[in-house]
Design a protein around this ligand. Structure first.
Ligand SMILES: Cc1cc2nc3c(=O)[nH]c(=O)nc-3n(C[C@H](O)[C@H](O)[C@H](O)COP(=O)(O)OP(=O)(O)OC[C@H]3O[C@@H](n4cnc5c(N)ncnc54)[C@H](O)[C@@H]3O)c2cc1C
Length: 508
């Protein structure tokens, strides 16, 4: 068991406190510089005749075209969105808030006749993500009004919900019921449609199923028409894959039928702290795939917990004091495990895993809550990040999915590549904060890198971001883990595009 170091930092509560805590990890001036955000030239709303015809389709409150809203929808809530909002990249000419499928279908017809494109907008984390630059005017189609959750069907255990609904809202609606979706995401703002369109894995896939297993049916509206995508059936292909990972490139997901599971009778949580990533990864691998596999497993640095969590329980504070050490010792990490199921089974699993972890010389604690680096729109984490961006800091998360045998070596290379490029372009030290979520075959590596923005204007910052994205991509390619469809699959996908959206109404 490693020694306890009783140095304590106050948990950050205001941005100044957060800045001071960050200053213990990175050389920073004593106080944050005054916010600087370059205002973009006011985006151009739709021309009057187009607006008038759009107003025939939707109610006035469903169409927003004031400069503030247009600028706000020029980029998502992530760092790339912050930079995009200031750049000269095209902003939407209006933001529309449809309330049903019929309105979406009419909107698509209207857009096709006027060479206007549509960009689906779910929780708004990264709606521009993989999209090419828009070549014609476009509208952001915000699905937040399509958030109706129907009554649960007790016969089938199925639940219909509109695609703009957040997963967290579905779980809230199920709070009193014995059922769950089993799908949980780091951001509370993630919507059903957004997660399907970007094929994002949940964080509890070890026990609950991957996203696809929870989806009985997906309804979508494409410029060619509406359709329903079913689960595979003997002799029938898996139609849902037309929308999974489509990034909304050829249609808008409107409604989802979820297949629910029984909630576990009992939940237990353990946090084990280790002196290094290598030790934590070895311990995690020893409990994966075996009889005592946890429901979810996450590895996170003690630094990230202490930086972002303003209201730590006394147990967390005690644990962090024991692992914090001096700011220069960067390796301290926490392995967080959850067990769910029948009470006897859960207790047994937990007990056996505690033994394994003690044998691995970890310090183990029971916790009521696990720390999740939540990025809900108004969480303190999101606020700190936004203020960092305005204080000329770059703070962006890069994701990679790595097969377990490669994780340890990949992580070293990945963090080094990301920090080197940020240091080279931002002139100063850089801090990587990695979180790993376990899935059965892969580690989902999310690395938040914090460093200085490139000096100069927004183009310089855009270029810096693209350089880092390029390095992240090259690193994944070097390790053979960069996902890319084969040329034949790419041709098949293009063929799907032409039948679903022949006029290119959807921004892609
Ligand atoms: C490989 C990968 C890994 C990621 N990992 C994480 C992660 O670990 N944690 C995390 O928080 N985020 C992650 N993201 C970002 C991911 O985009 C968001 O977390 C989340 O899935 C998006 O949800 P959202 O509702 O905010 O959608 P948005 O950000 O609003 O949209 C995301 C994409 O979906 C499209 N879209 C949205 N709604 C619909 C709809 N109804 N119909 C059709 N298209 C729609 C948008 O046009 C856009 O292309 C990851 C993304 C990728 C590609």
């Amino acid at each position: 068991m490693f020694s306890f170091l009783m140095t304590s930092l106050p948990a950050p509560r205001s941005f100044s406190d957060f800045w001071a805590a960050l200053g213990n990890l990175l050389p920073l001036p004593p106080g944050p510089p005054p916010p600087t955000e370059q205002a973009r030239v006011a985006p151009q709303p739709l021309e009057e005749p187009l607006l008038l015809s759009l107003q025939q389709l939707l109610k006035p409150e469903q169409i927003h075209y004031d400069p503030t809203t247009l600028s706000a929808y020029a980029g998502g809530r992530c760092y790339r969105g912050f930079i995009r909002r200031q750049s000269e990249r095209p902003a939407p000419s209006a933001v529309v808030f449809p309330e049903n499928e019929r309105e979406i279908a009419t909107l698509m017809q209207w857009a096709a006749q006027r060479e206007i494109q549509l960009l689906p907008w779910g929780g708004g984390e990264d709606p521009y993500g993989v999209k090419q630059a828009a070549t014609s005017p476009f509208l952001a189609v915000a699905l937040e009004r399509m958030n109706h959750i129907a009554q649960l069907d007790p016969q089938t255990g199925q639940l219909h919900a509109e695609a703009g609904t957040r997963w967290s809202a579905v779980e809230q609606a199920l709070a009193e019921s014995p059922l769950t979706t089993g799908q949980f995401f780091p951001s509370a703002a993630t919507t059903l449609g957004g997660s399907i369109a970007s094929n994002t894995p949940g964080v509890k896939t070890l026990t609950y199923r991957p996203l696809t297993e929870a989806l009985s049916q997906i309804r979508a509206v494409c410029p060619s028409g509406p359709f329903e995508l079913q689960r595979p059936w003997p002799g029938i292909p898996d139609e849902r894959s037309l929308m999974l990972g489509s990034h909304g490139a050829w249609g808008i997901i409107t409604r989802v039928t979820l297949h629910l599971l029984r909630k576990p009778a009992k939940k237990k949580r353990l946090v084990a702290s280790f002196p290094s990533w290598t030790a934590a990864l070895a311990a995690l691998r020893s409990v994966l795939g075996g009889e005592v596999e946890p429901t979810s497993a996450q590895i996170i640095t003690a630094r990230e917990v202490s930086l972002f969590n303003a209201h730590l329980s006394s147990k967390w504070k005690q644990l962090l004091r024991s692992v914090r050490g001096s700011p220069a010792s960067s390796g301290k990490v926490c392995l967080m495990l959850e067990f769910e199921g029948h009470p006897r089974l859960v207790n047994d699993k937990k007990h056996r895993i505690e033994e394994i972890l003690h044998a691995a010389e970890a310090q183990v604690e029971n916790h009521k809550k696990l720390f999740r680096p939540a990025s809900a729109p108004h969480s303190s984490r999101q606020e700190y990040l936004e203020q960092l961006w305005r204080s000329n800091m770059l703070a962006d998360t890069f994701t990679a999915f790595i097969p377990w045998p490669q994780v340890s070596k990949f992580l070293h290379d990945w963090e080094e590549a990301l920090t080197s490029i940020l240091q080279a372009t931002g002139e100063g030290q850089c801090l990587p904060l990695t979180t790993i979520y376990a899935t059965a075959e892969h580690a989902q590596i999310n690395t938040l890198i914090i460093g200085r923005q490139a000096a100069g204007d927004v183009q310089a910052r855009q270029f810096q971001l693209e350089s880092i994205q390029e390095v992240a991509w090259e690193t994944q390619q070097r390790w053979g883990v960069a996902a890319r469809p084969s040329p034949l699959a790419a041709r098949a996908i293009t063929a799907a595009e032409t039948s679903l959206d022949p006029a290119g109404v959807m921004l892609r």
